[in-house]
Design a protein around this ligand. Sequence first.
Ligand code: AMP
Length: 457
Amino acid sequence: MLTQSTPVTIPGGFDTLNLISPICRAVNEEKYTSPTPIQTEAIPHLLQGRDLLGCAQTGTGKTAAFALPILQRLAEYKDRPRSKEVRSLILTPTRELAMQIEESFRVYGRYMKFNQAVVFGGVSIKNQIRALSRGVDVLVATPGRLLDLYNQGCLRMDKVDVFVLDEADQMLDMGFLPDVKKIFNEIPKTSQTVLFSATLPTEIVRLTQNFLKDPIKISVAPPSSTVEKVDQRIMFVDRDNKSALLESILEDESVYRVLVFTRTKHGANRVAKNLSKKRIRTEAIHGNKSQAARMQALNKFRSGHVRVLVATDVASRGLDVDGITHVINYELPKEAESYVHRIGRTARAGATGIALSFCDSEERGYLRGIERTINQSVTVDKDHAYHSESIATKSSHRSGGNGGRRGAGAGAGGKRNGTRFSAKPGGRRSSPRANPSAPSGFAKKTKSFHAKPRSAR
Ligand code: AMP
């Protein structure tokens, strides 16, 4: 796995965690020198068989926190699972996350013998039935397809030894809670249960009270710590100018791995189409796309064949792509939580990143909610040709420079030599070209600044 990020880790190394050598070897090869806080805290308890409630979001290293103890437990089995048996079940809300978790097991377990399968909707069920018929040590699944397969008699849950519910709050948001409860009821009461959730709404708390046995409670990296690692800027712009503003930002070649968010599937398609017309390599992922199309788009983005990925919130949840230079909120999300999740895509495992948010007159209410949640005001970036003073003056923002940011070094108005929006020290940079379609004065306005390099933060 390619890891460009600088992970937040705890000194001491994996050797202090009593993991067996095939696991340590795989982890070393991943260049994980030290465990992350969630790994340090969770792994010893999980190795002891305790239930666990982890308040942690993607990017904290939580996958390895549950995957490594599961692999260690699997090593104790002397026999293979019987037909249709499942030994460890990991439930996740989205297909993308399911695939990522399956891939993580493959990576961390590369020196071990075990078999695994991943099942989710939107693809043929036949191969999944075949994989399950052999019995699996690790099954990663989304709730709907899992129940579908279960109801068809294709798997047994009575031998599940470890059950992980990942991104429980997202399950709730997506309406999976009834399915999740059904699954909980099929799992043996004796199995070890692990629940991860970025937030703990009442329904999730109730779930843990009903289904977890005296769990260890761990909370790491509350959203604000991710928020502080991201250089956030707000750009007030009329809705009709958003497309041109996005294109102007993309003229800077150092803005090279970009995740653009829209609120709707329709919006995602429209933005992707516009960018493609401008010969900017772009793909869109959202719930209406076939699974194959989503996988293809994601792979192209990961490999760098596609520069811009336009996504809706649901499609992007848990997305694990290293080296995203910029998150652009083409449309602000209604829920402040989504904002935190979105911008966290550019601050994976301790890395820093840049998040630019477009705000039109109808989105100012969303912005207020976001700022209340993250407990800080977002720096206003006025230095672009599409800035709308009328939208800006209706708000109470401090503008330009390092305005509302707390702590983290220079912001939007930092250096004024070099390209704008640049995040990578020594990264590819080029002078932005003047945008022929932009209003007059644009070229002059685009020539300046970039954020403080990561190394200097
Ligand atoms: P996760 O929160 O599980 O999605 O992990 C986020 C990213 O952190 C993934 O790209 C992992 O490969 C990476 N990662 C997990 N644990 C470590 C570690 N101990 N050191 C460095 N990177 C890590």
